[in-house]
Design a protein. Structure first.
Length: 379
């Protein structure tokens, strides 16, 4: 009995948070707040007579995110599979219906900001339901995949995962096609990783991409217009924002003009602290600074992948994969849009772009991964 207790203590000592992931997360958040202040100070001073207006709002989201990250990191991931309270529904089931309810609710009472109806305001707190949906889809996809992992190489397994996730994706698409593409990519990526035979997912992913492109090209007027702006950014009347972003990247050169010395943020790039913040990074810190930022993301993704590979079971491993895909897809889309490699999508740069809901959910996801890392055995 004594030997068993000693062995257990040794195993407990070997299991700990991945502090390197925590460190890189805090570095990205701190850098993001610095760049938000740099990119938004002029706009905030003009609009609100307070250069730190957006920084303070982001700091509130980060504070809530820190609480969420610590809280969820202490919750065993198995808890999400347990039936609790009235009717004994699983936690995942309750989260699923909550996400669906919020996605429907935003269609009716959503608050419109900058022409987009994506926010719900309750008691003075404004948040995006689609950000909550992202983390719920990760849980739901992981749950259905781990139920019958051997079926994930055939169409039956794909349908079983995509029916519940597809419902949420549909509701998100009614609100924001760009976010729906991110959620669909997360779901498909998790299925792809779990499958032994990858051909089905390559075909399915190609088909989804083709449908999305056709919808953008021939869909509603503003989506087709974005496609035309992308193709003719230099001559299109509405290509101003992307063009100014490209000017910012080009003027930054290798080492940039210096922190806080961007010219494009002085009204040339609208809302430069949001989706276009990467262009300000390139202008002020140059390609060298932008490369460092991308390197930090690569390190973060590598740490999450390492935890996924060491995770104690398939469910926890898939959660890590989902979080990794969420961050990777948004980084790729954001950088691609800023550099005009893809049409404008409105996807923020994780941990760096302004947005309290986004940073809070991302920090909660990191907290879940950290909680899983504490169950992994160090080697």
């Amino acid at each position: 009995m004594a030997d068993t207790r000693v062995k257990q203590r040794r195993e407990d000592r070997q299991s700990a948070f991945d502090y390197s992931l925590l460190l890189i997360t805090m570095c990205l958040i701190g850098f993001g707040m610095l760049m938000i202040y740099s990119a938004s100070s002029y706009t905030a001073q003009v609009r609100f007579n307070n250069s730190a207006y957006f920084l303070k709002k982001q700091a509130f989201g980060v504070a809530l995110g820190l609480v969420a990250m610590f809280f969820v990191s202490r919750i065993p991931y198995q808890w999400y599979l347990k039936p609790i309270f009235i009717f004994r529904f699983r936690v995942i089931t309750r989260l699923y219906f909550l996400a669906a309810f919020l996605q429907i609710l935003v269609l009716f009472i959503g608050k419109e900001i900058n022409g987009a109806k994506r926010w719900i305001s309750i008691a003075g707190i404004t948040f995006q339901p689609s950000e909550i949906t992202k983390i719920v889809v990760i849980f739901v996809a992981a749950y259905f995949i781990q139920m019958r992992p051997n079926e994930m190489s055939n169409i039956k397994g794909l349908i079983r995962v995509f029916i519940p996730c597809g419902i949420l994706i549909f509701f998100v698409a009614l609100e924001n096609l760009s976010t729906a593409i991110v959620v669909a990519a997360i779901t498909l990526g998790m299925c792809f990783v779990a499958a032994k035979k990858k051909t089905l997912y390559l075909v399915f992913g190609s088909a989804m991409t083709a449908i999305a492109l056709m919808y953008v090209k021939f869909g509603e007027g503003f989506r087709a217009e974005r496609f035309e702006i992308w193709r003719n950014v230099e001559t299109h009347p509405k290509g101003y924002q992307i063009l100014q972003g490209l000017y910012a990247i080009a003027s930054g050169g290798l080492f940039g003009s210096g922190l806080g010395k961007s010219m494009q943020k002085l009204g040339f790039i609208p809302e430069s602290h949001n989706d276009m913040i990467f262009s300000i990074i390139c202008e002020e810190l140059g390609l060298f600074g932008a490369g460092i930022v991308l390197l930090m993301f690569i390190i973060m993704l590598w740490r999450i992948l390492t935890i996924a590979m060491k995770a104690p079971d398939l469910f926890s491993s898939l959660i890590c994969v989902g979080v990794m895909l969420h961050i990777a897809v948004q980084v790729l889309l954001n950088v691609a849009v800023v550099t005009n490699t893809l049409p404008s999508t409105g996807v923020p740069l994780p941990f760096i772009s302004y947005g309290g809901t986004s940073v809070m959910i991302l920090m909660a996801e990191i907290g879940i991964v950290l909680g899983i890392s504490s169950k992994c055995k160090s080697t």
